[in-house]
Design a protein around this ligand. Structure first.
Ligand code: GAP
Length: 445
């Protein structure tokens, strides 16, 4: 395995070279901490989101899906506490105009005092005292740029679920306990973004809010902690690289009664990429108060009325994709040659199989094309007839393609092809007409 120091560098380079992730607006010098997903990256992230949706929505009868808008009534953010509390303490340098988190370890001295030194330009005494800076992006609704028209890009998808809680409850005829799941973009004007796609200003969340009777929240909290860890291990992430981190009272978000992060051992240390939060009745009570609409629940079995508690599972699609990419990255020697291989779980692999005619003659390209056309109706497959077969395998190893299908001299004689397994490098001959069902067996989630 490559050292932790340079694995990040290698992954960033592979991501660009192979079309997983590009810097946003690169030809203009890039836009800070905003990233675009290329042809392989978009497939990988889509596969992760699909597996999440399947396990949350399709495989459970007590969870409904939702797709709420990014722009919401500005009162939502007053009620949610984000306007007042979603802040970082920051200091500005009056000389070079750079802005830093107040706890930036590079700052020498005390910001606001003459001894403080700017980490960017080195000036002394130019750093302001810390001020609270809200992380929400602001924009204006309609043509007039005035205070009354200010709206925010949502910093979490959760609020779209809370404000639709009654709509979903009534239209789906669910009963508590039940959940609402959503995948969507969120935006935070992070001041110290970085580490590739780990902390960005525009990202996607996969969030599920589970509404429960107060008093049963601890039980559901444990249930969902368990479920989420199992799901991640099912994606093929190595269990020894995962751990729980319980939030201390200082770390708890303004809405949380209890919270655990799932952390991954990134090359830059153990860091969170998913959180399970017991949000109590904080959000629904606040929305009830600010909107004036009753959001309590009448339990048909007991005739009790209560504002439900919420157990939230909140994952970043981008951070999960980064975890999956880092966990899959491997370097090894095969036949005296180095190979880089992305060992994606087959269900997450962007391309499921690559089809290669061994040589571009003797009817092999025609056969290979036919097979490719047939397979692509079922899976995302790739056709490659360029270069030696070894080079073609290497290219697909880097893309994480689990199966390489080669059409050779024997294929036209007996209708079989070789299937090479990315991980074991084993090859077996399979009848071409059986390939769809062969792959189906191997690509089960
Ligand atoms: N609704 C709860 C909530 O938003 P959070 O811990 O602030 O909780 C949940 O965010 C997840 O969203 C994180 O675990 C992370 O995966 C992702 N996330 C948050 N901020 C991010 C950022 N700036 N860039 C990329 N992903 C981010």
């Amino acid at each position: 395995m490559p050292s932790a120091d340079n694995v990040m560098e290698k992954l960033v380079s592979l991501a660009k070279r192979r079309g997983f992730v590009f810097q946003s607006s690169e030809i203009y010098g890039g836009l800070g901490s905003v990233w675009d997903y290329g042809p392989l990256g978009v497939e990988l992230k889509k596969n992760i989101k699909e597996r999440w949706w399947r396990s949350m929505v399709h495989e459970r009868e007590d969870i409904e899906g939702l797709d709420a808008a990014i722009l919401m009534h500005p009162k939502v953010w007053e009620a949610s506490g984000h306007l007042a509390g979603f802040t970082d303490p920051l200091v500005d340098c009056k000389h070079c105009k750079n802005r830093f988190r107040a706890d930036d370890p590079r700052i020498k001295g005390t910001p606001g005092q003459p001894d403080a030194q700017c980490p960017a330009c080195g000036s002394r005494g130019t750093l302001t005292a810390p001020r609270l800076f809200n992380l929400m992006f602001k924009t204006f609704l309609g043509p007039v740029e005035e205070a009354a028209a200010v709206v925010y890009l949502r910093p979490e998808t959760a609020q779209g679920i809370y404000v639709n809680y009654l709509n979903v409850l009534q239209s789906s005829r669910q009963k508590i306990p039940f959940g609402i799941a959503q995948i969507g973009k969120a935006f935070r004007n992070e001041i110290t973004p970085g580490n590739f796609t780990f902390r960005t200003r525009e990202f996607e969340q996969m969030e599920m809010q589970f509404f429960v009777k107060p008093g049963t929240d601890r039980e559901w909290f444990e249930f969902w902690r368990n479920q989420r860890m199992q799901w991640l291990v099912g994606l093929g992430v190595r269990p020894e690289k995962l751990r729980w981190h319980q939030h201390t009272p200082d770390e708890l978000a303004h809405y949380a009664k209890e919270a655990y992060d799932i952390q991954y051992e990134f090359p830059f240390g153990w860091q969170e990429f998913e959180g399970i939060h017991n949000r109590s009745d904080f959000d629904l009570s606040r929305h009830q108060e600010y909107s004036g609409k009753k959001l309590d629940y009448l339990d048909p079995a007991t005739n009790e009325r209560f504002v439900p508690y919420v157990v939230e599972t909140s994952a970043g699609a981008d951070r999960t994709a980064l975890v999956v990419m880092l966990d899959a990255y491997a370097e090894e020697e095969v036949g005296g040659e180095k190979r880089v291989v992305m060992r994606f779980h087959p269900t997450l692999a962007p391309v499921k199989a690559a089809v290669f005619p061994l040589v571009n003659k003797d009817g092999m390209p025609e056969l290979a094309r036919r097979l490719y056309d047939d397979l692509r109706r079922h899976y995302n497959v790739f056709y490659d007839d360029g270069g030696s077969i070894g080079r073609r395998y290497r290219r697909q190893d880097e893309a994480g393609t689990p199966f390489g299908i080669t059409i050779d001299g024997q294929s036209s004689a007996d209708g079989t092809v070789t299937v090479r397994d990315r991980d074991t490098l084993g090859q077996e001959r399979v009848a071409a007409e059986r390939l769809v069902s062969y792959l189906e067996g191997k690509l089960q989630g």
